[in-house]
Design a protein around this ligand. Sequence first.
Ligand SMILES: NC(=O)c1ccc[n+]([C@@H]2O[C@H](COP(=O)([O-])OP(=O)(O)OC[C@H]3O[C@@H](n4cnc5c(N)ncnc54)[C@H](OP(=O)(O)O)[C@@H]3O)[C@@H](O)[C@H]2O)c1
Length: 292
Amino acid sequence: MNDVKQILITGANGQLGKELLDLFSQHPNMEVLPTDVDTLDITSDAAVNAFFNAHHIDCVVNCAAFTAVDGAESQQDLCRLINVDGPRVLATAARDHGARMIHISTDYVYNGDACTPYQEDALTDPQSVYGVTKLEGERQVLDTLGENAIILRTAWLYSPHGKNFVKTMLDLGHTRQQLTVVFDQIGSPTYARDLASAIITITETQEWKHGIYHYSNEGAISWYDFTKAIHRIAGITGCRVLPCRSADYPTPAHRPSYSVLDKTKIKKTYNIEIPYWEDSLHHCIKRIMNKH
Ligand SMILES: NC(=O)c1ccc[n+]([C@@H]2O[C@H](COP(=O)([O-])OP(=O)(O)OC[C@H]3O[C@@H](n4cnc5c(N)ncnc54)[C@H](OP(=O)(O)O)[C@@H]3O)[C@@H](O)[C@H]2O)c1
């Protein structure tokens, strides 16, 4: 009996996609089909259907997205195409071919007015084009695939790959004498490698339980505290980091002031242990400094 599972990864050149490919390579019971926009544009019905016809796929992990939160405010149509139509196209093909789908979403589906961690059934009220389209994408996947769909809402994703806050703050720490960073947006960072590990646990499970889950690292901090930790761990001493309010640093997209995610559901359902944010930050910065 062939019990090797075939996993389609979309957006495989992104931060999460790359970490997934790396970790999946240690799992011989999983065969991974990595794709990105150049090989499989998730917004193309024809391309996605041809792909599903050509391969047997047990599970899709959709890491493809329009992730430029500020850029989305001026590129609404493109953002909607990738974050809403793309997931619908993938979910429809998955449904027609009997595959499951894990779809990645965001803490920006919440408005940030809470002061205790959000549970999965909390009221959604996105405040940005990015958040609105990610929420609509979730609904497309859930409505199309029902019990074969899992939505993972994550937050503040970083890794040694691509563009992210950690890499930006390392660069600025080496080139600037002073920085101001907002202290009134509180959330939890997510090391993409930890999220990838959780996704692999779900793909391997015999006990698939559909629905919405939260995943970030443990703990809660502001972007200011995060920057201080990044510099401390990297040994950067020549850059003064000062706190500022979001109002002093206007951006095109409005971001939630509090978006800490309650992870109890994923921990209990899939028996997942989630690392503390600072431990994971150490791991990532070590890899960045050793060039991965
Ligand atoms: N980054 C964060 O802080 C954050 C926070 C919360 C949730 N998330 C969610 O986590 C997931 C992974 O994020 P990430 O940071 O790994 O994203 P990422 O690094 O931006 O990677 C996304 C990948 O998707 C590709 N892509 C774009 N349009 C596509 C299309 N039409 N067809 C196929 N691939 C396409 C991108 O290619 P190009 O680069 O060529 O466009 C890129 O390689 C996303 O769903 C995101 O919304 C991210």
